[in-house]
Design a protein around this ligand. Structure first.
Ligand code: APR
Ligand code: PHB
Length: 411
């Protein structure tokens, strides 16, 4: 039996934030596209991932009609707390930068985008795995895929967007010699929980302690999301729920410690910590976006925001190509994205280094870390630098995406 064949302008692999928001923007600009996603819709919608949206991300979702539920259910945080030596220090983002962040889970962004894409008749094709990308350097690329029932399908496209995460096929389809890889592994991971309990504070608490780092976050006023620094090969079976709460409490402890509210733990998981970048982010007609091209450790809350920044740049470049006949923005896509990526890599590495306990650190390095923490909270300049990176730079959303369908007849 021969595989079916279909044609779109942009074939998108992956229905995470990168692939979904790209499809949404392209649809608004009248560019045909199709998402292939190996997992089920339910899996994509229920996966618990990041939770912090930069102001720029919020603005993009709002301006393109995806912000309704986020405006209602998202929680605006105008600052955060750094806690060390048993004392809390407030970082006031609004005061320092004029901007804020919004707590709204990645799973919610994903749900909103999928529902909208189905509404506008660009439904992601779930349970369809891209297995090969061919003819990357020809006029039309071919994505070969397999459906859940084992049938094969071919998607011909003018361009492919590899939005398939760190373990996807897109990056691997690029000849190894064409890419440079930059990588750092950290000697720890995060043990994360989602719990039915109100968070200890109305904003996030980044807590550095002798016992290791802990982060106190939330998803809603009744749902906590907390993390503990643990070893990269941590065995979850050794962590009873009681032990997790005891350890969170021990790391939060100190004179002005807020009360940690315990409740049923709904989910646990271990997240590895890695910094990773490939350069360039494109090859021939294949463009990588999001985790397929770069990973940051979660300490700076940058992963989802970077993925969305990439696809805003990519959608602009496709609009210029299909509607303006110019390749320039596609040719500079990688260079444009990598500037923001490396800024986020630096910030995420710095936050991680500042707050975690490094098992191999010498006494000298520990003193330096303590001095840096003290400096950050005592200097308005240092606090402003932290706040500026945390809230993120603005995103340049191009005109084609603000007025949907306007450019449909131009090409
Ligand atoms: N074929 C089809 N789909 C694939 C394939 C494949 N061969 N390989 C991977 N995928 C899908 C995965 O199932 C996943 O749903 O690609 C999607 C990639 O999504 P994400 O991992 O969420 O990546 P991205 O959209 O770049 O978002 C980055 O995710 O890891 C978090 O915190 C990180 O917030 C950041 C965000
Ligand atoms: C989260 O709520 O999941 C979260 C918040 C801030 C981070 C990382 C994760 O830095």
């Amino acid at each position: 039996m021969t595989a079916s064949e279909e044609h779109v302008q942009v074939g998108i692999i992956g229905a995470g934030p990168a692939g979904l928001i790209l499809a949404h923007l392209l649809q608004r600009a009248g560019i045909t596209c199709k998402i292939l996603e190996s997992r089920s819709r339910q899996y994509c919608e229920e996966r618990v991932r990041a939770g912090v949206l930069e102001q720029g991300t919020v603005d993009v979702l709002t301006a393109t009609g995806l912000g309704e539920r986020m405006r209602r259910d998202g929680i605006v945080h105008r600052g955060t707390t750094l806690r060390f030596d048993g004392a809390s220090h407030h970082v006031d983002f609004e005061d320092l930068t004029g901007r804020a962040i919004t707590i709204y889970g990645q799973a919610e962004v994903v749900k909103d985008a999928i529902a909208h894409l189905i509404d506008v008749e660009v439904p992601p094709q779930f349970e369809t795995t891209a297995v090969a990308i061919e003819d990357l350097e020809a006029d039309r690329v071919l994505i070969r895929s397999t459906n859940a029932d084992g049938t094969a399908a071919n998607l011909r496209c003018d361009f492919v967007a590899g939005c398939d995460g760190f373990h996807g096929v897109a990056r691997k389809a690029i000849p190894a010699g064409a890419l440079s890889t930059f990588e750092r592994e950290y000697p720890f991971a995060w043990l994360g929980i989602l719990a039915e309990a109100p968070p200890p504070h109305h904003e996030l608490i980044y807590c550095s302690s002798e016992r290791g780092f802990a982060l106190f976050s939330c998803r809603t006023p009744a749902l906590s999301r907390h993390y503990l620094q643990c070893s990269p090969d941590e065995d979850l079976s050794e962590w009873s729920h009681e032990r997790i709460w005891d350890e969170l409490e021990a790391r939060l402890a100190g004179e002005d410690a807020p009360r940690l509210r315990r409740g049923p733990i709904l989910q646990t998981g271990v997240t590895p910590m890695r910094s990773f970048v490939v350069e360039p982010m494109n090859h021939g007609r294949l463009f990588l976006a999001g985790d397929a091209a770069h990973i940051v450790p979660p300490t700076g809350a940058k992963g989802m925001n970077l993925a969305i920044a990439d696809v805003v740049t990519l959608a602009n470049a496709f609009a210029q190509f299909f509607h303006g006949g110019s390749r320039l923005a596609l040719e500079t896509y990688s260079e444009t994205c990598l500037k923001r990526v490396w800024r986020a890599e630096r910030f995420s590495w710095w936050m991680t280094s500042l707050l975690h306990r490094f098992p191999e650190a010498t006494p000298f390095e520990r003193r330096l870390q303590a001095a840096e923490l003290e400096y950050v909270v005592s200097s308005r300049a240092a606090l402003t630098s932290l706040a500026e990176s945390y809230v993120g730079p603005p995103l340049d959303l191009g005109e084609p995406f603000l007025s949907p369908g306007r450019l449909r007849d131009v090409s």
